[in-house]
Design a binder for this molecule. Sequence first.
Ligand code: FAD
Length: 442
Amino acid sequence: MISDKSPVRFHGALPEQVEVVIIGAGVIGVSTAWFLARHGVSVLICDKGRVAGEQSSRNWGWVRQQGRDGAELPIMIDSINHWEKISEELGEDVGFTRQGVMYLARHDSELEEFAKWLEIARPHQLDSRIIDAAEVDRLIGEKPGQWRGALITPSDGRAEPFTAVPAMARKLAEDGVTIRENCAVRMLDIEGGKVAGVITEHGRVKAPIVLCAGGAWSSQFVGNHDIRLPQLTVRATVARTEPVAELFSGNAAGGGLAFRRRQDGGYTLAPGGTNEHFLGADSFRFFREFLPVLMESRKNLKLRIGEDLWTRLFPERHWQANDVSPFERTRVLNPSPSAEAIELINARLARYLPSLGSVPLAESWAGMIDVTPDVVPVMDQVDAYPGLYLATGFSGHGFGFGPGAGEVMARMIMGQSAVHDLRRFRFSRFSDGSKMVPGPGL
Ligand SMILES: Cc1cc2nc3c(=O)[nH]c(=O)nc-3n(C[C@H](O)[C@H](O)[C@H](O)COP(=O)(O)OP(=O)(O)OC[C@H]3O[C@@H](n4cnc5c(N)ncnc54)[C@H](O)[C@@H]3O)c2cc1C
């Protein structure tokens, strides 16, 4: 996990002018730069903190096609193929491996839900299938007889998030992309109603195109320009064990526990049903849009008051170029892990994977996931400000999707025709009266 204690590694001098400024050096910003750079487009990436300091180094590392929304699936299939190529091009091992993703079922009703998703997957000829209890027991060598079966996609994979995105950034920097950490973009520079560049804490950079890939901060960033982007955050807690003998080589979730083998020989673990939303002014402002997903995820989401309630009730909405912006005040969003979530991990390990239960947890951490009302991202341009693009709201599954989304955004920015149907990801869905239909909750 990367935090504001991690050394600053990208010190690129701010250019006077570039073709594209990218706000945010998470997997989405870095992947978009990856595809722009190979077409010779000049790019500056600014991050207020560290490359991959927020969600992009804190996630589970799953690169999965399984369980995806139907509109995301073709992009995700490209994405996992890009992961394969990127990890080869990097020339360093970022832990990308196709060890499969498996959703375990304890009840027949879960298997029925999995079978519904197979209908979404069918046109794409994935290797996803439902396996029986005996096959699950062969794959997980522990406590046979506790699972009814599983949905499995053997071609799915994982990469190590805390090494993968920084490695991509290093390669980009070697290839001439300017990356600057500790450099908050305070606001857009607008001339004649169009994007003319950005104003950073270290000065102005001219650019006709700006991509906001600011993760959990995107709504506040564009809100300063009176653009309404419904987006909320949820805290998710993760832990890892010390290295231990392998009992399962893949990535799996079931019974409220997610676990996957790590490159360092440990396991990354997370509890299901413990995502927490901390109430604030935006919870009420975006309540109408989020109501359908709130109803659907009510069993898995906990509403909290928590600390810093005042800041959340009265967030900064507007500031000017000379003001210190909210982005400089929080270099890296580093929420503390939830003690309740850690207890749940331990209890579920004891129940489902007792031999792992005796291995000490080496570390725990949390990340703030940015979510949209229909749990799929926005990948679009903003009509109100020609030259402004958005790639945000990846709703807890943007790591695996990152390279695919990066290619989509690079093509859009370069004015090339889209390879996939992007209507589901249009920004106007939040303002044109569209019904919010959340993607599959698998
Ligand atoms: C615990 C957890 C588990 C997850 N598990 C998975 C998983 O297994 N598989 C999967 O596919 N996805 C997973 N996700 C989701 C995935 O991590 C995110 O969807 C993805 O990383 C989002 O990438 P991003 O680039 O949009 O945002 P981020 O990685 O959050 O990056 C945004 C960056 O923008 C910067 N920024 C914001 N505003 C400004 C500004 N004004 N100026 C300069 N910089 C700015 C921030 O500092 C930040 O570094 C998980 C997430 C979490 C938290």
